[in-house]
Design a protein around this ligand. Structure first.
Ligand SMILES: Nc1ncnc2c1ncn2[C@@H]1O[C@H](COP(=O)(O)OP(=O)(O)OP(=O)(O)O)[C@@H](O)[C@H]1O
Ligand code: SF4
Ligand SMILES: [Mg+2]
Length: 376
């Protein structure tokens, strides 16, 4: 089903497909008295999506996860920073360039109930998507493409092709939404909380399907979630955001099993059972989220952090590489990373994370095996 006029570049598994560098989005606050104020939704996010890999973007409500996905999908222009597709800057926002980009980078939304038109059948939704992305597809070739799409999302074509959305369960609708995204033959899927509105019993099935697409088709997947337990289960790498900023990134096993940043530690402590995908309320006891119009100076987590010093309240911590696979934006690690002390002003008092600091290993030994495939 690929478009011969615009074939995607040959990509080997593990190659970077889509990249964000210093991605930043400030939304203007509307109203007469706003005085030019902005919502600091996303500030300086770096992200690499590789062929055949899942990256989880984790953070609490309002941390900027959906804004990152919408920026990557080119639904918003960024305030600053770059988006690169196969190393080339992406600027398209409309017209043919945007349509070509949208074919390669597709988005799946949280709400499978709102994303399908209730008066149209599965056949209509998928035919429309196929015709948009593959001009001239009709007759037997169209029928074959429809069958293939349904089979890719593990739905029996004869059984589902003529159903209306109201005849489908939430999980089946989300599968149709995924099939519609696959009609474009994308290289990247941006999945914004794809399971959070589904019954607990069918969540694993959708994650298994996405893993299957990653493995069989080599699609790069951004999996957005507020639930770090599901990130461990499903993603190869995990990046944690707090109040629009990056706080920790690394292989999912290390980030979820030995969280280094005090905020990641709080997230993991609030998710007692890492195999529980129920999405039960894990926000309890985490304190107040910050004001995103006037976010805290320095480390944005400082008002909620038990280890904060004046340095944390004044200077933004850099992302420090605490292992070959792992980086953390916390002053508590500055003394343990070569060159880390030079990133702090002379004489500044560093926070002491005590026994909450993870043992920092600067050798290859820190590598943990990536999250294994899930049981189907
Ligand atoms: N179009 C917009 N205009 C103004 N502010 C916005 C807009 N979209 C998002 N925001 C603000 O940007 C911040 C980040 O929002 P975003 O939706 O990206 O967070 P999120 O991490 O996806 O949250 P959730 O888990 O609740 O979906 C929030 O403070 C939000 O109110
Ligand atoms: S110790 Fe300081 S830099 Fe680290 S998370 Fe706490 S407030 Fe932020
Ligand atoms: Mg969101």
């Amino acid at each position: 089903m690929s478009d011969e006029k615009n074939p995607p570049p040959t990509t080997a598994r593990g190659d970077v497909v889509l990249e964000a560098v210093g991605l930043t989005k400030h939304f203007p606050v509307r109203g007469l008295r706003s005085g030019g104020a902005v919502v600091h939704a996303v500030d300086g996010i770096d992200l690499e999506l590789r062929s055949g890999q899942v990256v989880a973007l984790v953070g609490e409500s309002g941390s900027g996860k959906s804004t990152v996905a919408r920026l990557l999908a080119r639904l918003y222009p960024q305030t600053s920073g770059d988006i690169l597709l196969h190393g080339k800057p992406v600027t398209a926002r409309r017209g043919g360039d945007f349509r070509r980009y949208a074919r390669r980078v597709q988005m799946i939304f949280q709400d499978p109930f709102g994303s399908l038109n209730p008066v149209h059948t599965v056949r209509y939704h998928l035919t429309r998507a196929l015709r948009i992305h593959h001009k001239g597809l009709r007759g037997q070739a169209l029928e074959t493409a429809l069958r293939e799409l349904l089979e890719r999302v593990h739905l029996t074509p004869e059984r589902y092709i003529d159903k209306f959305p109201h005849e489908l369960s939430g999980g089946q609708r989300q599968r149709i939404a995924i099939a519609r995204a696959l009609a474009a033959d994308p290289e990247v899927l941006l999945a914004d909380e794809p399971i959070s509105m589904l019954d607990v019993s069918i969540r694993v099935g959708i994650l298994n399907l996405l893993q299957d697409l990653r493995d069989r088709l080599g699609i790069a997947i951004l999996y957005i979630t507020h639930d770090i337990a599901s990130a461990r289960y499903f993603a190869d790498r995990t990046q944690v955001m707090y109040a629009g900023r990056p706080v920790e990134a690394g292989d999912s096993e290390s980030v979820t099993q030995e969280p280094a940043h005090p905020y990641t530690q709080l997230l993991v402590r609030s998710a007692p059972d890492p195999d529980d995908l129920s999405g039960a309320d894990r926000n309890a006891g985490r304190g107040e989220p910050p004001n995103m119009v006037r976010p805290p100076a320095g480390c944005r987590f400082n008002p909620r952090c038990p280890f904060a010093t004046d340095l944390c309240r004044e200077v933004v911590p850099p992302l420090l590489p605490i292992s070959p696979q792992r980086s953390v934006a916390c002053w508590g690690y500055a003394a343990q990373v070569p060159g880390g002390l030079e990133t702090a002003p002379a004489g500044a008092v560093l926070p002491d994370l005590g026994s909450d600091a993870v043992p920092v290993q600067l050798t290859e030994t820190v590598h943990a095996a990536p999250t294994q495939g899930v049981t189907r």
